[in-house]
Design a protein. Structure first.
Length: 256
């Protein structure tokens, strides 16, 4: 697999086709356009594709963000699942950022999607630092339709020791202390709020929120609002997400 920067109209058209095949957006709501990709690339931002046997299998688009000279914001990344493409794109993104003197990469993701939380926190060592309710407003693509677009802002501090280990292929794991409490649990597919007045709080998310949206929209909405209240509330109070345990729940630590 080869990951490289893109600069031609034909390559940008391939990115748009790839993203259309992943998100199936309605007309006029594509995550990026050829024109935007051209402008971002020409202005020195991050537009890359991952290729296997000369076929594009992943792409990532980002732009320089505030504070100036320190941050790259990764706006959208799409790749075939389960082939290491997303990890390869992130490693390339990190190398690109470090070569330009950047310290952090940020991006948003849906906190209810377990596989993304595991990838971002355990495989990369990024940390969710801000909860953003209904961040993108109404979305009507095939993945997000029928749900509110809550996101968390993940911050990837590129030179932290645990990040250096993660990019070497050593997933970041956090030990759960015996006095940890369940701030949000999964009870037969439904969210159940619990205690949050402890040093370590666990916040569960559903096994497959995308399937749940289709099968039981009411349960999906319950999870959205429960995670917003518990995870969002803890972050607002100053708690820090320190890991994602057993591919199922966030670990949050209070400073005192």
């Amino acid at each position: 697999m080869v990951v490289r920067e893109l600069c031609s109209i034909g390559e940008f058209e391939d990115v748009v086709r790839l993203f259309d095949g992943i998100w199936h957006p309605s007309p006029g709501s594509a995550p990026v356009t050829v024109e935007i990709l051209r402008a971002l690339s020409h202005a020195g931002n991050y537009v890359t594709g991952a290729y296997r046997d000369d076929r594009m299998v992943g792409a990532s688009v980002g732009f320089l963000a505030a504070p100036a000279g320190r941050v790259l914001h990764s706006h959208v990344t799409g790749a075939a699942a389960g082939h290491g493409i997303g990890f390869a794109l992130k490693l390339h993104q990190r190398t690109w950022a470090l070569a330009r003197g950047l310290e952090h990469i940020t991006w948003t993701y849906d906190p209810l999607v377990r596989r993304n939380a595991h990838f971002n926190l355990a495989k990369l060592g990024a940390r969710p630092e801000e909860y953003l309710p209904s961040f993108y407003g109404t979305m009507d693509d095939a993945i997000n339709a029928g749900d509110e677009s809550d996101r968390v802002l993940a911050v990837w501090r590129l030179s932290e020791p645990h990040v250096l280990a993660a990019v070497r292929g050593e997933p970041y794991r956090v030990e759960i202390p015996p006095d940890a409490v369940a701030g949000l649990s999964d009870d037969d597919g439904r969210p159940v709020p619990g205690r949050t007045c402890a040093r370590t709080v666990l916040v569960a998310v559903p096994p497959d929120i995308e399937a749940l949206r289709r099968a039981d929209p009411g349960a999906a909405r319950s999870w959205r609002h429960a995670v917003r209240d518990v995870l969002g509330g803890l972050l607002q109070e100053g708690a820090q997400v320190t890991g994602f345990h057993d591919r199922s729940c966030y670990i949050l630590e209070r400073n005192a």
